[in-house]
Design a protein around this ligand. Structure first.
Ligand code: ZN
Length: 373
């Protein structure tokens, strides 16, 4: 079967014939580039949400009959009135493991199976680990997870119950990534760590195909998304670019990444116009976006620049306040990281004097997995 993609390396700045290059194992250097030949199949996906229609934009060899769960989108009159814009909460945690990461975990597990791997491993601040272990159990793969100890106790408990091997370190996220790389090399485990494995970006970009009908119907102008390792935002940008390139989307909404003021590595990098990721102390209480060195910062930079997006930051205390507000007033139980977009909304609208536009706030994880203190 002929491959429908090429592999490019950010640092070598060239298209690779093989997957092997000196940079491919230690950071988010690689990316799959697709030649989309059959738009009609993708159009079928918009209706069916079945990944068997997505082989044009994924590196999978086989087709899989697998329908993705519905994404719930809610809007509230009182909020729209208050903000003088239409605010859509895109609630993406009514799926198998309660997080956005599910689509990437599904595709990663299928890819690992095609490569005859017996085990999948990853560094994670919790959600991706739970999601991967969930799908790995469905597909008879073993899982090893590498966690920084700041991950919430609720997440650790779920991981224990899922039966995966847990390696916990009282160190920043980047340290767990190193440990995971060493482990996967030594034991020939499929390393699915976000960004480090380019399939994670492609898994996450599927989200844009999933909400395609809503983007059009609800005339989305702005997408706000929390940023930790920067893999979700790079996926969202990449998906948007693919849809635009294949003339399925006329205009890409303004994509805005939100970081915590207490974990602003990508904010600093992006706003100093540098493609090179930086390591910066991170001490955000929102574990999913508490990342000292975002692994997908190369491609997040490249793609976010290409779509003319931006990155803003907001204080932890405002995020935690926003999370409480959403739960108490709207019945939205998202994780603290997800609340970052709502926390920054008021300032963003005020600063840019925006009226009567349509905002999509992407809520990427369930509040049930947060620490309750
Ligand atoms: Zn390279």
């Amino acid at each position: 079967m002929q491959m429908n993609y090429k592999i490019s390396c950010f640092l070598c700045n060239e298209i690779k014939k093989k997957e092997i290059c000196n940079h491919n194992l230690d950071f988010g250097h690689l990316d799959y580039l697709y030649n989309i030949l059959n738009k009609n199949k993708i159009k079928k996906f918009f209706k069916t949400k079945n990944i068997k229609n997505l082989n044009e934009i994924l590196p999978l060899k086989k087709k899989y009959d697998y329908k993705l769960p519905e994404i719930n989108i809610k809007t509230f009159n009182k909020i729209n009135k208050k903000f003088r814009n239409k605010i859509y909460f895109v609630i993406d945690y009514f799926n198998f493991s309660g997080s956005f990461k599910d689509r990437a975990s599904l595709i990663s597990c299928l890819f690992a199976k095609e490569g005859d791997f017996k085990e999948i491993s990853l560094a994670s601040s919790g959600n991706a680990a739970i999601s991967t272990a969930t799908f790995a159990n469905m597909f008879e793969l073993k899982t090893s997870v590498f966690l920084p100890s700041f991950v919430s106790d609720s997440k650790k408990k779920i991981l224990k119950d899922l039966g995966c091997k847990i390696y916990e370190f009282n160190k920043p996220y980047s340290f767990t990534v190193k440990k995971c790389i060493e482990y996967s090399k030594k034991f020939n485990s499929f390393n699915r760590s976000s960004a480090l494995n380019p399939i994670s970006r492609d898994g996450k970009k599927i989200f844009m195909y999933e909400i395609y009908n809503d983007l059009k119907k609800k005339k989305c102008d702005y997408i706000m998304v929390p940023v930790g390792d920067a893999n979700i935002i790079s996926g969202i940008c990449k998906g948007s670019i693919e849809l635009k390139t294949s003339n399925l989307l006329k205009k890409i909404p303004k994509i805005i990444g939100v970081q915590s003021d207490e974990s602003p590595s990508f904010f600093n990098q992006f706003n100093s116009d540098s493609p090179f990721p930086i390591r910066l102390n991170s001490k955000s209480k929102c574990d999913s976006i508490n990342v000292d060195q975002p692994l997908d910062a190369f491609y997040a930079y490249k793609y976010l620049k290409r779509v003319n997006g931006e990155i803003i930051k907001v204080k932890d205390q405002n995020i935690l306040r926003a999370k409480k507000f959403l739960l108490k007033n709207l019945g939205i139980n998202c994780c603290s990281a997800s609340a970052s977009s709502f926390a920054s909304l008021q300032n963003y609208i005020k600063k840019n004097k925006i009226h009567n536009k349509n905002f999509f706030l992407i809520l990427t994880g369930s509040g049930f997995k947060d620490n309750f203190k």
